[in-house]
Design a protein around this ligand. Sequence first.
Ligand code: IPE
Ligand code: IPE
Ligand code: MG
Length: 229
Amino acid sequence: MDTQGKIPRHIAIIMDGNGRWAKRRLLPRAAGHRAGMKRMIGLAEHAFDVGVEYFTAFALSTENLHRPQEELDGIFSLFREYFKSNVETLKKKHVALRVIGDLSLLPHDVEELVKNGEAATRDGTRGTLLLAIGYGGRQDIVHAVNEAVRQGKEVTEEEFGGLLSTRGIPEPDLLIRTGKELRVSNFLLWQLAYTELYFSGKMFPDFSDKELDGAIRAYGERDRRYGKV
Ligand code: IPE
Ligand code: IPE
Ligand code: MG
């Protein structure tokens, strides 16, 4: 990469725009999701190559689960394909796979594939690929609150972070959203408190490795003050 700037340790990306990408090509939405999945794999690989340690991709939100069943079935099939054909590759490349979200909202066999994929790649040390599937930021927070209540104790911010699905993972340094919309759409609400935001008008399947380099370069020029002067 042609930048000497800081590399974000953790990049999170809202992979939006698959449907519009397909529509512009007069293709079914499913073709957009397929192209998006392929791009996600390429971007994660590129991110680890340039030294990113954690790469998080928002692939399906809790709200997305209210989309037409036909679209969801297509997306679930893509997940099946993904886990069946990529876990070995991730393992060979020493990338640990972790999934956040409510797996019980997914078809049972997908849930099993996810668990097996996580177990098979657990020892990966090159980087962590975090997939958010059936994920909602509010759901994550409410789940953590209920856990604290169950434990019957008041918690510090740090302890609360440890009750979220992202426990053990540093907060994202850079959040990228493709697809032109300027919103967070219930992604990592707690974890994004001091994350740098980067929005791209590119539809996700068109967000190239070079575009990612551009986002990283922009990040390198940011001054993170965390409320200080
Ligand atoms: C993002 O692309 C993928 C998912 C939310 C599953 P969209 O499907 O939201 O694509 P657009 O926003 O309709 O173009
Ligand atoms: C956000 O995209 C969720 C994912 C990319 C998984 P959406 O397409 O669901 O977001 P909205 O509906 O435009 O806010
Ligand atoms: Mg969208």
